[in-house]
Write a protein of this length. Structure first.
Length: 368
């Protein structure tokens, strides 16, 4: 095998596929990136059996062939080579030579035969969204998936399609994030749970441009994302997602309208007094026209008042400040509306169109 391509092109391709290389595995072949030049294109593939990524890089093939190279060392070599064309050749014993200007590396590769190619998936059920929209919707929901495997469904996100609406939901037992997106076309109803790891990796690869699209295909067990010259295939999480509709009541006793930036800055300041790992709630006291925020910790205490518009009853309630910060950071509105019922019931941050809903459970506190 022999091919030539620019450093920037190869490095970009390797950075994309390396996101699917497992950090720990008993199958050493999965620690490799497959370079396949047999189909008239330079194709790079990595696969950890849950998530697989394939991308095509521009270059010139002088001799077709296939080889698997250790992902870590391959990526590091290419990263440190000069910014020029790179020539890669390999012989029948999988000995590989990587040259660029005066630098020359010899490394051992492996046969590509044992490598697990991406599964061949039927591309029937699909939707199209812009790269910008997909990247944004992941950013606006991914923070509230659970990070442990006690409940697999909580480690993924629900993608639910109904007509021309895509609803994305994540939850971790303490909070729920919901985003709704208008699609350009109408589609058949579909519900799948996509692993958080897959979405995290995809959002790193997406360019985030509004005029470039992503096609998303669904089967019973897999989801496929196709964009630019890249294909990402992931297993879905099996099982029925949580029924959250009964938790999303529109009843409230207290409605607060507040400047988002002021509210976020205030909570951010309050957390200065909370050590890492210390679970101190921020106590919010809502009265007519004013909201008082208080926090008490081993370091000290703080309180601050913010002007608000209030409808309904006065209320004192406690929250984990981190959860409020996470939700507020991904809301772009200048003014936000918070709906509350009582100190034991969740609060809802949502807009009038319901294009976003953030539900956060309160925490118990002793009124100081």
């Amino acid at each position: 095998m022999k091919f030539i391509c620019s450093k920037s092109e190869l490095l970009n391709g390797l950075s994309v596929v390396s996101k699917a290389v497992p950090s720990k595995t008993t199958m050493t072949i999965l620690e490799c990136i497959l370079v396949d030049c047999t189909q008239g294109a330079i194709k790079l593939t990595a696969n950890d059996m849950e998530l697989g990524i394939e991308t095509t890089v521009a270059g010139m093939i002088e001799e077709p062939g296939v080889i698997a190279l250790d992902a870590k060392i391959f990526l590091e070599i290419v990263r440190k080579l000069p910014d020029n064309n790179i020539t890669i050749t390999s012989d029948n014993n999988f000995q590989t030579v990587i040259t660029c200007e005066k630098a020359k590396f010899n490394i051992s590769g492996k046969s590509g035969e044992d490598f697990s190619y991406l599964p061949d998936i039927e591309r029937n059920d699909s939707i199209v969204v812009s790269q910008f929209t997909l990247k944004e919707v992941i950013r606006q929901t991914i923070f509230s998936i659970a990070d442990n495997d006690n409940n697999r469904l909580m480690t993924g996100e629900l993608f639910e399609i109904n007509g021309d609406e895509l609803k994305v939901v994540s939850l971790d037992g303490h909070r729920i994030s919901i985003r709704k997106i208008q699609l350009k076309n109408s589609y058949n109803p579909k519900k799948v749970v996509i692993p958080g790891k897959t979405l995290n990796e995809i959002s790193k690869i997406l360019s985030g441009e509004t005029d470039r699209d992503v096609s998303i295909f669904f089967t019973d067990n897999h989801v496929v994302f196709e964009f630019d010259s890249t294909t990402v295939v992931s297993r879905l999480i099996e099982g029925e997602y949580f029924r959250i509709d009964q938790m999303l009541s529109s009843d409230y006793e207290t409605k607060v309208t507040i400047n988002k930036k002021e509210f976020l800055s205030c909570i951010d300041r309050a957390t200065l007094l909370v050590k890492e790992g210390e679970k101190k709630p921020i106590i919010i006291n809502i009265t007519d026209g004013s909201m008082e925020l208080k926090i008490n910790s081993a370091i000290g205490s703080m309180n601050e008042q913010i002007d608000i518009e209030k409808a309904g009853k006065d209320l004192m309630i406690g929250f984990n400040p981190r959860f409020l910060i996470d939700a507020l950071r991904v809301i772009d509105d200048e003014q936000i509306t918070i709906y509350l019922v009582n100190p034991k019931a969740p609060c809802f941050i949502r807009n009038d169109e319901n294009s976003y809903i953030y539900l956060i459970l309160p925490v118990n506190f002793t009124a100081a």
